[in-house]
Design a protein around this ligand. Structure first.
Ligand code: TTJ
Length: 645
């Protein structure tokens, strides 16, 4: 195959710029966390996003209509697009082909070529060179001007200079890489994580075709995504299992000074608010200026409209939260120099965007409501009911507070508290049923473990408004035991235990109570979930007995392994294996050994990184619509039982 001409001048000594290249990528390999957040699963998947962002930029520039993401055997990833292809000509500043620069120089992303990269998606800014540095190998091909150009790398080093390897009538870029097992704890890709991310990108880029495919044996899956309606369809998707209050999704867009904002919203009959915001296609879970501008405009517009149609009297005022009850909204802004702030760089800091979104939403939502009076009235009524319920909830909370003050904030009678007072050292087991509670109380280490038994039917908070939740006699002991308040008053710094452990049987009933409690925590004590304070205890599934020797197993695999171990060299040994009965039937000592002793137990931490997934799960498991719930449980039966979301 022909080598490009410049190949003849490659055999030179290292110049200053190349030494910098090597040092740059060496730094990435030394401290990968600085560039991709972590070397755990999240970092591994981040590699794919970094590559895909380049293709999305090309789509934003208007030159790419299709992107494909594939997983092959050994977790090799291939990302391709039908864009113009990375430039292959020699770059003036470096004297190297642009294609090489993209993969070898840190932050090269938007710096070359001019134009086209106006709203760079790879704003977390690390780009293709970081992926290259962290890959065992990477192969890039560019189809352009009738030729196929190829370059190869290993751990950031060039192993094959740019070479023409064939002819083509197509245009586009193909990048194939294998994540480096020396860097990542685990190099196995989760198709579902990649698919969810790509679906989000497909919603955010209306009309863009995205294909995702898993080609690993036994896992074969394929999706073709394309949403002509963009974020309107995103809102419909989130609301698909809910009952919406008006048929059409409200869609607002506007631009100013090179920035643009796009908002889609629809109300449903739930009590929850879901706002997802994005800046340059990057999710901003901590919100920021675009969200602030939106919220401000929404509250103002709804209040003004209420006055205008006479549903709000003189001094009546709806709060922002009232106006957002049951709201699902997507806010997507595109701007030139996005400033990401906050701990996780997940918050948009550009204040001009607040002004833009506020102005656009203020102006256009008002017009919309005037042109759609039936929708306007529905939204007003929803907000008014929310306001009345909030007042009732405030009174309920107030009465809890007053009662606590009178009784000196007495802890619930059923709570067996621990001796230690430092919350960072303590844990509370929330246990279903009195007998399990008894065993737990007998088995615990009372120095740092508290036990709170619950019994009877738990309230499904997904179907109840806040005031009913605050006054609920099953939940009150949980609220007072945790000591951090509830709802708007919740203050995680007052939490009395830093581990809140739900202990329920490993069966369907246990899974139900777990789900009810988690829903409660998720909806009413969200910082508890976000802070990673919520755990699930994992009781053993099997008990194995050989003579006096007793062992436990927490899965079928472990049961088989343990049984082989116990048998040792004596193939005739009789090992009795029994399915574990239930927490209530374990004696205190057994419960301690298998489920509560920090030295031997397993705890599952409950985290909900993906707000859309969490909302979906709780809506389905706890909501009104029966059909989608049945479907979900049938499709995810094992996950529901194990609570392994
Ligand atoms: C840059 O400006 C001149 C014309 O080409 C532009 C460009 O680089 N386009 C481009 C890059 N399209 N696709 C990419 C790309 C695609 C993947 C999958 C990976 C990478 C690193 C870049």
């Amino acid at each position: 195959m022909d080598q490009l001409e410049h190949k003849t001048v490659v055999d030179h000594e290292y110049g200053a710029s190349e030494i910098q290249v090597l040092e740059g990528l060496e730094a990435v390999r030394k401290r990968p966390g600085m560039y991709i957040g972590s070397t755990s699963s999240s970092g591994l998947h981040h590699l794919v996003y970094e590559i895909v962002d380049n293709a999305i930029d090309e789509a934003l520039a208007g030159y790419c209509t299709e992107i494909s993401v594939e997983i092959d055997e050994e977790d090799v990833i291939t990302v391709s697009d039908n864009g113009r292809g990375i430039p292959v000509d020699i770059q003036v500043q470096t004297g190297r082909p642009a294609m090489e620069v993209v993969f070898t120089i840190l932050h090269a992303g938007g710096k070359f070529g001019g134009g086209g990269y106006k709203v760079s998606g790879g704003l977390h800014g690390v780009g293709a060179s970081v992926v290259n540095a962290l890959s065992e190998w990477l192969v890039a091909q560019v189809h352009k001007d009738g030729k196929i150009y190829e370059m190869k790398f290993s751990r950031g080093n060039v192993t094959q200079d740019i070479t023409v390897v064939g002819e083509t009538d197509k245009h586009g870029t193909i990048v194939k890489f294998k994540p480096d097992a020396e860097i990542f704890e685990n190099t196995v890709y989760d198709y579902n994580i990649l698919f969810t991310r790509m679906r989000e990108q497909a919603f955010l880029n209306a009309g863009l075709k995205i294909r995702t495919e898993d080609r690993r044996s036994g896992k074969e899956t394929l999706h073709e995504l394309c949403y002509k309606g963009g974020i309107r369809e995103f809102v419909e998707y989130i609301n698909r299992n809910k009952t919406s209050l008006h048929n059409e999704v409200i869609y607002i867009t506007g631009e100013r000074d090179g920035s643009m904002a796009e908002i889609a919203l629809q109300y449903n009959d739930s009590y929850n608010e879901i706002i997802l915001s994005f800046a340059n296609n990057i999710n901003t879970p901590e919100g920021g200026m675009h969200e602030e501008g939106f919220k401000r405009a929404l509250t103002n517009t709804i209040n003004n409209y209420g006055k205008k149609i006479g549903l709000l009297k003189n001094d009546d005022k709806l709060s922002g939260e009232d106006c957002r009850e049951g709201l699902t909204a997507i806010i997507s802004v595109k701007l030139e120099e996005a400033q990401f702030e906050g701990q996780t760089k997940a918050k948009l800091g550009n204040s001009e965007i607040r002004t833009l979104v506020n102005a656009v939403v203020g102006e256009k939502l008002e017009v919309f409501l005037e042109e759609h009076p039936a929708v306007g009235r529905t939204i007003m009524e929803k907000a008014l009911t929310a306001s009345r319920a909030r007042e009732a909830a405030r009174k309920a909370r107030e009465s809890i507070r007053r009662k606590n003050a009178l009784e000196g904030a007495t802890l619930p009678g059923k709570l067996s508290d621990c001796n230690e007072r430092d919350p960072s050292l303590t844990e509370v087991y929330i246990v279903e049923g009195d007998s399990a509670g008894g065993s737990a109380k007998g088995g615990r280490d009372a120095r740092f473990q508290a036990i709170l038994p619950l019994w009877g039917k738990m309230l499904n908070v997904e179907k109840a408004r806040a005031d009913k939740v605050y006054g609920n006699e099953k939940l009150t002991p949980v609220i007072t035991a945790l000591g951090a308040g509830i709802g708007e008053d919740f203050d995680v710094s007052k939490l009395r235990y830093h581990k809140v452990i739900i202990m329920a049987d490993a069966d369907v009933d246990g899974s139900h109570i777990r789900t009810l409690l988690l829903t409660f925590f998720f909806r009413f004590m969200r910082p508890l979930v976000d802070g990673g304070y919520v755990y699930s205890a994992v009781p053993p599934l099997y008990k194995l007995v050989r003579g006096k020797q007793i062992r436990y197993a927490y899965s079928d695999d472990e049961r088989d392994r343990v049984s082989t171990e116990m048998r040792g060299d004596n193939p005739n040994a009789k090992i009795e294996i029994s399915r574990n009965k239930g927490l209530g039937e374990m004696d205190p000592h057994e419960l301690w050994e298998t489920t509560m002793d920090p030295e031997h137990r397993t705890l599952k931490q409950f985290t909900m990184a993906d707000a859309v997934a969490a909302d979906e799960i709780f809506t389905l498991l706890m909501g009104e619509k029966v059909e989608p719930r049945k479907e979900f449980i049938e499709q995810n039966a094992w996950r529901v039982v194990n609570f392994d979301y």
